[in-house]
Design a protein around this ligand. Structure first.
Ligand code: 5GP
Ligand code: ZN
Length: 112
């Protein structure tokens, strides 16, 4: 399958990794939109939030368990935002489920 994030997960495409375990990987976004902009993905291919099921939701729960640690290790003690764009209207561009972990400054309160 021609999926950029599957290739990042298997190491075919290099990335600036900040965290990895058996289930997930986190790396710096190639085009950061905030001073700290990390992308967190399940290693298994799930197209978007619409692909979350009872069978794979433990991986998503795991992502959220690890986010505080990744945030702490990347100087986000003042807070941060987690975003997942879904589908066309959500402006999703990479169709492998991912969560943007963003911060490093006071973020704009507007979200849409
Ligand atoms: P989306 O728009 O789907 O929510 O987010 C996709 C994100 O992936 C974008 O912020 C984009 O900059 C990032 N991205 C796309 N291709 C690559 C890549 O090859 N490496 C890294 N590190 N980030 C990527
Ligand atoms: Zn994929």
């Amino acid at each position: 399958m021609d999926c950029i994030f599957c290739k990042i997960a298997d190491g075919t495409i290099p990335s600036k990794k900040v965290y990895e375990d058996e289930q997930i990987i986190a790396f710096h976004d190639i085009q950061p939109q905030t001073p700290v902009h990390i992308v967190i993905i399940p290693k298994q291919h799930i197209e978007s939030m619409n692909g979350i099921t009872a069978d794979n939701s433990h991986v998503i729960a795991h992502i959220f368990e690890v986010i505080p640690q990744i945030a702490k290790e990347n100087n986000l003690a003042n807070g941060y935002r987690v975003v997942s764009n879904c589908g066309k209207d959500g402006s999703q561009t990479v169709f492998h489920l991912h969560f943007h972990l963003m911060g490093g400054k006071q973020l704009n309160g507007k979200m849409g």
